[in-house]
Design a protein around this ligand. Structure first.
Ligand code: UD1
Length: 432
């Protein structure tokens, strides 16, 4: 297995390039099978999740060719409209194949995702929404089996409660080639969804209201292949902004490139500035300058354009460096606090009560052996290791590799003492 070893206390400086969006890449890849023919997707991050999704597409019958950050997906033949448990359990977003396969083949057998590292993550809205379009749905041996009567869905209306990124994507994948019109109320307006809709439009889909809470779809007979570019990752951008705020030299800017500030959401930018951190937004850059003293700013996560749940673990680490006590409340996922016991091992003074963590800032963090439990939890441990005294060993970084491409090389090039090394998790401790 691999782990990251960070010798803390070095300052972040210079430039950090932001990678391409994972959460946008996955729906783009799903959409590629709606068109017969060869679709080219550019700026697809090289990550465990995108590799798993390529596998999902191959299982369905597509040929997927990966050349660096470019994917060529030949979906001329989609003969096996299935996404098996072995892949869905590794990557929940494989469930997008339900809408994509229904849209393309008029039938789909897709394994129902189970639980997630941070608690239940239901897909009831995906299923109910697709049912509302006219699909018949059965559960067979843990798989959802969906069929469009007469091979093509009729179309229909569905209101999401709560608004959901995944359900909006899945319903759209099924609706764009339906016979009739469809409407999604309380649709997600996250940039990931908006960019995905831009690809659908480029393929010939008829969509109105993209980026608003009501999306209307006029089904079309067929879609065409496209050559489409993915956008930068907004969560990696936010993570790097936090990194610069806590480990940049006060008064010296760290430049983040390939940055889409408009994808961050107003709330994050507003709250980030309230910590006293300077943040200058350019066309494709954000310059972040750490303050002498970070102010503690409590946050509550909510759907876009609110403070992203995917940045709350990282924000908790920022709050450990601020002077004063503050809180992080997650209203999107109530149980997403697996990182706290690991951070406690590094001296973080934080405790969880219901869906709120209270953080006492200003204490010195100490390097320790800690364990990744999920993607964003693991990057929060990296941030903590960067500001801790001594050496931090972060095990099970396969979680990190799901969503951050070459993180350690980027940080090392910007002054952080970090390396990836092999280890044996089950090795006996050294005898004394
Ligand atoms: C996506 C992101 C994930 C992020 C999350 C919230 C991807 C691949 N993942 O996940 O990184 O943390 O958005 O920003 O893009 N819900 C239901 N029923 C459903 C679906 C969702 O009740 O059928 C609830 C969820 O429990 C949650 C809320 O809706 O409270 C929003 O979740 P959703 O937007 O669906 O998250 P994902 O698309 O799974």
């Amino acid at each position: 297995m691999e782990k990251l070893v960070i010798r803390g206390g070095r300052k972040l400086k210079g430039t950090l390039p932001v990678g391409s969006s994972k959460n946008t890449a996955l729906p783009l890849m799903a959409a590629s099978i709606l068109a017969g023919g060869v679709t080219t997707l550019r700026h697809i991050p090289v990550l465990r999740d995108t590799q798993t999704f390529s596998h999902v597409l191959r299982v369905a019958g597509a040929f997927v060719d990966v050349e660096g950050h470019q994917l060529t997906i030949d979906a001329t033949r989609i003969e096996f409209p299935e996404a098996p448990y072995e892949l869905v359990k590794k990557l929940r977003a494989s469930f997008y194949m339900l809408g994509a396969l229904l849209g393309r083949c008029g039938r789909a057998r897709v394994s129902l995702p189970g639980g997630c590292a941070w608690g239940p993550r239901p897909v009831n809205l995906h299923i109910e929404g697709i049912k509302a379009l006219g699909a018949t749905i059965d559960l067979d041996e843990g798989d959802i089996v969906a069929t469009a009567p007469g091979r093509r869905l009729a179309g229909g209306s569905f209101a999401l409660e709560p608004s959901s990124v995944g359900a909006t994507v899945n319903i759209l994948l099924a609706a764009v080639t339906a016979k009739g019109t469809s409407r999604i109320e309380n649709a997600a307006i996250e940039p990931d969804v908006v960019v995905f809709c831009e690809m659908l439009k480029a393929m010939g889909a008829r969509l109105a209201g993209v980026g608003t809470r009501t999306i209307e779809v006029e089904g079309v007979d067929s879609l065409t292949r496209v050559n489409f570019a993915n956008c930068p990752d907004r969560i990696e951008l936010g993570t790097f902004m936090i990194a610069a705020a806590i480990s940049g030299t006060p008064g010296e800017r760290v430049r983040l490139t390939n940055a889409r500030a408009d994808h961050l959401g107003e709330e994050f930018l507003h709250i980030f500035r309230r910590t006293g951190t300077e943040c200058v937004i350019g066309d494709t850059t954000i310059d972040v300058t750490a303050p002498e003293v970070l102010q503690p700013v409590s946050v509550t996560t909510s759907i876009y354009p609110g403070f992203p749940t995917d940045l709350q673990a990282q924000w908790t680490v920022l709050l450990t460096q601020a002077h004063g006590t503050s809180t992080v409340t997650d209203t999107v996922y109530f149980d997403r606090f697996n990182h706290i016991p690991e951070l406690n091992r590094m001296g973080v003074q934080a405790r969880v009560e219901n869906n709120t963590v209270t953080v006492k800032g200003g204490s010195v963090l100490k390097g320790a052996r800690v364990m990744s439990t999920d993607l964003r939890a693991s990057v929060s441990l990296v941030l903590a290791g960067m500001v801790a005294e001594g050496t931090t060993h972060i095990g099970r970084i396969y979680h990190l590799d799901r969503g951050y491409e070459r993180l350690e090389s980027k940080l090392a090039a910007a002054g952080i003492d970090i390396e990836r090394v092999q280890y044996d998790e089950f090795a006996a401790p050294p005898s004394r």
